[in-house]
Ligand binder design. Structure first.
Ligand SMILES: NC(=O)C1=CN([C@@H]2O[C@H](COP(=O)(O)OP(=O)(O)OC[C@H]3O[C@@H](n4cnc5c(N)ncnc54)[C@H](OP(=O)(O)O)[C@@H]3O)[C@@H](O)[C@H]2O)C=CC1
Ligand SMILES: CC(C)(CO)C(=O)C(=O)O
Length: 300
């Protein structure tokens, strides 16, 4: 299979690297520091089960999607429209684009930019980071849940054969809301306090705030007509117990002075709640707190 990855960061390098390792023709499209390092020594995949340098093509140009049958779309939520517009003129007519992103509306927004192509939402259960130029560090998991489309079962088999546990599910929207709820519970608190989850949960009152955030997210989802599968409250507490040392991606973005995805996490819940008449006071405060921290960083 010919594969392009738009956004060669923590997620794109992991899944692109797994496919390249399985013998597929993969091109990673990303920023110069990663592209240059990958060009010199391959992609370093420093994972839970192996540490290898994987030879893979890399480019800084969006035009490198040309000819790809599959595009893994892995930019942060705030870059969805701009990156989609960059690849649009170069996409092969039958190319399938998978949105491997957090948040609940990226695939929908990308479909508006790429109306001629199949765009499918994917729930991504992995913990990865770029530990340096061309150096992917994998902290755990890697499974995907893909929205059905023509050819999705065959693609799932290809991913499984490449070592990526993959399921096709008609309830990707529900699963995305479950993940969004967990992100709304932890990401902003971890970012504002610059604390990992274990540290957060030791502080009096934090569990009450998280409880309010979860209830608001589920109320907004219900008002949208979405049933969130499973016991999200139990899943949220499990994250704190199993990843006590983990800082949220929002905490990492803030620490690096990067714009976070908070407008697409708690911010999205607030906007949807306002539109549907569902009060979201806890999410509103957390959203604004992160915006304040970002504004302070930007003016420093
Ligand atoms: N990391 C994780 O463990 C997980 C992440 N996710 C989700 O996956 C998505 C991707 O996250 P992640 O991989 O961590 O993010 P990263 O920031 O590590 O990767 C995205 C990369 O794409 C680059 N990029 C953005 N726009 C362009 C462009 N037009 N051309 C070339 N490169 C571009 C970014 O560069 P720059 O920073 O310079 O803009 C960055 O290097 C997010 O929605 C995230 O929430 C989901 C599950 C787990
Ligand atoms: C699940 C969680 C909260 C794990 O860190 C995450 O997805 C994030 O940090 O964005």
């Amino acid at each position: 299979m010919t594969v392009a990855v738009m956004g060669a960061g923590a997620v794109g390098c992991f899944y692109g690297g797994m496919l390249a390792r399985a013998g597929h023709r993969v091109t990673l499209i990303g920023r110069p520091q990663h592209v240059e390092a990958i060009g010199r020594g391959g992609l370093r995949m420093d994972t839970k089960s192996f540490d290898e340098r994987v030879p893979v093509q890399a480019s800084t140009e969006a035009s490198a999607v040309a000819g790809a049958q599959l595009v893994l779309f892995c930019v942060k939520s705030g870059d969805t429209e701009s990156a989609g517009e960059e690849i649009r003129p170069h996409l092969a007519p039958g190319a399938v684009v998978l949105s491997l992103q957090n948040g609940v509306d990226n695939a929908e927004r990308l479909r508006r930019v790429l109306p001629q192509h199949t765009v499918a939402a994917v729930v991504v259960y992995v913990a990865t980071e770029m530990a340096g130029p061309g150096h992917l560090k994998h902290h755990g998991r890697g499974d995907l849940v893909i929205e059905p489309f023509t050819g999705s079962d065959e693609l799932a088999r290809t991913l499984i054969a490449a070592g990526v546990p993959t399921e096709v599910s008609a309830d990707v929207r529900g699963a995305l809301w479950a993940k969004l709820t967990i992100n709304c519970a932890y990401n902003a608190l971890s970012a504002v306090a610059q604390l990992p989850y274990g540290g957060l949960l030791k502080v009096d009152g934090v569990r009450d705030v998280i409880g309010d955030v979860i209830a608001e997210c589920l109320a907004v989802a219900a008002a949208e007509g979405i049933t969130v599968p499973g016991d999200v409250t139990a899943a949220t507490w499990r994250i704190g117990e199993t990843m006590p040392g983990q800082y949220s991606s929002t905490a990492q973005d803030v620490a690096r002075g990067k714009l976070s995805e908070i407008d697409h996490l708690n911010g999205l819940v607030v906007r949807r709640g306002d539109a549907l008449g569902v009060p979201t006071p806890a999410n509103r405060v957390l959203h604004v707190m992160v915006k304040l921290v970002e504004a302070k960083r930007a003016s420093a």
